[in-house]
Design a protein around this ligand. Structure first.
Ligand SMILES: Cc1ncc(C[n+]2csc(CCOP(=O)(O)OP(=O)(O)O)c2C)c(N)n1
Length: 457
């Protein structure tokens, strides 16, 4: 049970991202639901399957200025269902929309509807796990057309977005790298799909766009887009139109790894590996980035790093080489502060439920950590092994200075182990100790401010 509805929404989002299934949150009417606005907007922008079940007064009071009664459409960034009667089918439809379209969906249920009787036959006749290619699956993918585009291209670039995950489980997602590494063509990724191919491999260009490589996008004569929404993070403003003109979009939504393997086997890609040196990578040159780098080097490389929004997100993005899917989970397109702590809790629960054996590392700024700090109670109650790192620079990015509470005393109040670190060389031994134990740790790292490198825009 989350301590604020914002927490519940972000937890559901974290859960959905790591499991590639659905994250559900359940909140009360009125203020409980308005508190969900930011997490639902966040899930909408990042294509995350969050199902929000919201409360409402009895049907007879709706629209009559009843206590806590308000129009509930504000959560329907993608879609919402108002459950007006005992028709169970709309709940099933909401579930399908959310799972197969990778979008947040609201189910709003007036309190008296819960008392309606459902015909159990209706419920069991509905096969929730149906496969329907035309409605939610691949659609039609014309391999011949893709092959003819490829044969005309001298410098094709594959751009992989998180759409490639379709409805694969995390363990299946891990197998995609093996398929992609065999392709004789450079492969780039968006931020949400980083790690879909190991970034150490030769044919992997890595992240492109705002915080990644731009040269390869410009140099390619054809970009084959597998499952990217082509947000402004990927196709930045200054080159967007140019890139869109040479992009071919492939709408893959694989339901099994076998399907994906067969698809790539049918592509004719011979000798298309034109890619030269990767662009110079960023290396740490100040206190903030040195400490982030030390964290990254001290944790297992396949850890799931969850970030909040701020400078720490950018330094993590620039310094981490991703080797597995969801190596970094962030609020990519909404950039919401307060995402990190609750999302890391959702990720942890997802790992427990789906047997995903990963260490969970939260890297947060001090400002963002304070925004949903009450969720430490959930970490404490469930003894969730999460390494929660607060980069304490006493600033909100470059906007302004802030005063912080004593985070260590707060951790004490929540009965969570904690430590306070000033020097970069204390980080690695502390993380080693954390990894050996089976409980959470709050690590407060005193950090000096550092300017960010400019993004590509
Ligand atoms: C909910 C929300 N409010 C405000 C912002 C604007 N904003 C982006 S980053 C940032 C500062 C983040 O500071 P901190 O959490 O301390 O992280 P740091 O930049 O120091 O790493 C602000 C205010 C935002 N992205 N989200």
């Amino acid at each position: 049970m989350a301590k604020d509805e914002r927490g519940s929404g972000f937890m559901a989002d974290g859960y959905a991202r790591i499991t590639n299934y659905i994250g559900v949150c359940l909140v009360t009417a009125g203020p409980g639901s308005t508190n969900l606005t930011t997490p639902i907007a966040n899930a909408y922008k990042d294509n995350s399957s969050v199902l929000a079940i919201t409360g409402r007064c009895e049907r007879k009071y709706i629209g009559k200025n009843y206590f806590q009664e308000i129009n509930m459409d504000f959560l329907n960034f993608y879609k919402g269902y108002f459950i007006n009667n005992d028709d169970i089918n709309s709940i099933v439809s909401a579930f399908r929309d959310c799972l197969y379209n990778k979008k947040p969906v609201q189910i709003n249920i007036p309190s008296d509807v819960y008392k309606d009787k459902v015909d159990e036959n209706d419920l069991y006749n509905n096969n929730i796990y149906y496969n329907n290619d035309n409605e939610n699956g691949n659609g039609i993918i014309d391999i011949d057309k893709i092959n003819s585009e490829l044969s005309n291209a001298k410098k094709p670039l594959f751009l992989i977005g998180q759409g490639i995950y379709g409805n694969l489980s995390y363990n299946e997602m891990l197998k995609i790298s093996k398929i992609l590494e065999k392709l004789d063509c450079p492969i780039s990724t968006t931020f949400p799909s980083r790690g879909v191919i190991d970034e150490n491999l030769n044919n992997c260009v890595g992240l492109v766009g705002r915080r990644g490589d731009i040269k390869s996008l410009l140099e390619a004569d054809k970009i084959i887009n597998f499952g990217s929404s082509l947000s402004y993070n990927t196709y930045v403003e200054s080159v967007r139109e140019k890139l869109l003109k040479k992009t071919v979009n492939i709408n893959l939504k694989p339901k099994s790894i076998k399907e994906l393997k067969e698809f790539f086997k049918d592509l004719s890609i011979d000798n298309k590996n034109w890619f030269y040196n990767k662009e110079n990578k960023f290396s740490p040159n100040g206190d903030y980035s040195t400490k982030i780098n030390e964290i990254i080097e001290s944790i297992p490389e396949d850890s799931i790093i969850v970030t909040d929004a701020g400078k720490h997100t950018v330094f993590t993005c620039l310094l981490k080489k991703c080797v597995v899917p969801r190596n970094i989970i962030s609020s990519h397109s909404f950039g919401s502060m307060g995402f990190g702590l609750p999302a890391s809790i959702g990720v942890k629960f997802g790992c427990i439920d789906f047997n995903i054996d990963r260490d969970i590392i939260l890297i947060s700024g001090d400002g963002g950590f304070l925004m949903n700090i009450e969720e430490l109670q959930v970490v404490s109650e469930h003894n969730l092994k999460i390494l929660m790192i607060v980069m304490k620079n006493n600033k909100l990015a470059e906007f302004c200075k802030i005063k912080n509470p004593n985070f260590n005393k707060l951790a004490e109040a929540f009965e969570i182990d904690n430590c306070y670190i000033e020097k970069a060389d204390e980080i690695s031994s502390t993380i080693k100790e954390f990894l050996k134990k089976d409980k959470p740790l709050l690590m407060v790292i005193e950090t000096e401010d550092e300017k960010l490198p400019n993004p590509n825009i």
